[in-house]
Design a protein around this ligand. Structure first.
Ligand code: IPD
Ligand code: CA
Ligand code: CA
Ligand code: CA
Length: 280
């Protein structure tokens, strides 16, 4: 690990402490009867008081410690506003990834905090406070789950692979139908071993990082869904690119990650024609 900022380790440790204590807010709410659920852009896009409380807690804590840092938080970015991403140390935050799971009391949810410096993703924390699984990585450290090293799978062939995908909140018909068609063709052509959807982009990516599944592809995701998890995937030895084979762009609204580049390449050659236009 070679820091690009003299205080980088302190930044990461501070965030780690805050994420762990934010876990309590989520755990307590998860055990209570469901509180008010609001919709944002549509009925597939939910928010609860807990999402807002966790985001406020994390931003307040980080802002108090590091007043000149910037934030890109899901519940603070107002709908449709252009995201401003600068070279300053920036915290990319998803207070609850998997709000639909949270509302349905499916225990697959994650608090996600990623750190970028000079627009480079430097550190990632993904914490499931219900199962108490804490995933961490910084560039050059390797990836860890509850302090133990994790590694992505070495599967190269789709016929031996379990692949994850997800219908997110973005349901534009042209995009969804060309995606589903390509996905179905790919999975059947190569007789893939299995298909899964865990309902949280970050959990999907942690399943790749720990080698439980071999690949994950989704269109429509946002920076806060994948920023922290991207660092963990890379440090676990996995590959992360755009589904069309071009380099991963955290603001690009789509992702393909796998344990091996061979598997990425098999998957991506089938997704070059998905009609996907990023909106932000
Ligand atoms: C969503 C989840 C879901 C994915 C969506 C995301 P949220 O995040 O990660 O798995 O399919 O694309 O928006 O809204 O629960 O934080
Ligand atoms: Ca959301
Ligand atoms: Ca999310
Ligand atoms: Ca969220």
């Amino acid at each position: 690990f070679t820091a690009v900022h003299p205080d980088e380790q302190k930044f990461f440790n501070t965030a780690l402490g805050l994420v762990k204590s934010a876990g309590r807010i989520v755990r307590e709410a998860f055990e209570q009867p469901a509180s008010a659920v609001e919709t944002k852009s549509s009925n597939t896009d939910l928010v609860t008081e807990t999402d807002r409380a966790v985001e406020r807690y994390l931003i307040d804590g980080l802002h108090a410690a590091f007043p000149d840092h910037k934030f890109i938080g899901e519940e603070s970015v107002s709908g449709g506003a252009k995201i401003e991403w600068t070279d300053a140390p920036t915290w990319i935050i998803d207070p609850i990834d998997g709000t639909t799971n949270f509302v349905h009391r499916i225990p697959l949810i994650a608090i996600c905090v990623g750190l970028s410096i000079n627009k480079e993703l430097r550190g990632g924390i993904v914490y499931n406070p219900i199962t108490n699984e804490l995933y961490t990585a910084q560039v050059g450290t390797g990836a860890f789950k509850n302090g133990f090293p994790i590694h992505a799978s070495s599967t190269q062939d789709l016929s031996a692979a379990v692949v994850v995908t997800q219908l997110g909140s973005d349901r534009r018909p042209e995009m969804i139908s060309s995606f589903i068609q390509s996905y179905q063709t790919l999975m059947l052509k190569h007789n893939a071993q299995g298909n899964r959807s865990f309902g949280s982009a970050a959990i999907n990516m942690m399943m790749v990082a720990q080698g439980s599944v071999d690949g994950y592809i989704e269109y429509g995701i946002h920076a806060w869904d994948v920023a922290a998890a991207a660092v963990i995937i890379r440090e676990a030895g996995g590959t992360i690119i755009s589904p069309d084979g071009s380099p991963f762009n955290v603001m690009g609204r789509c992702v393909l990650c796998t344990g091996t580049p061979q598997l990425s390449s098999t998957i991506s050659t089938n997704f070059t024609h998905v009609q996907f236009q990023a909106e932000a």
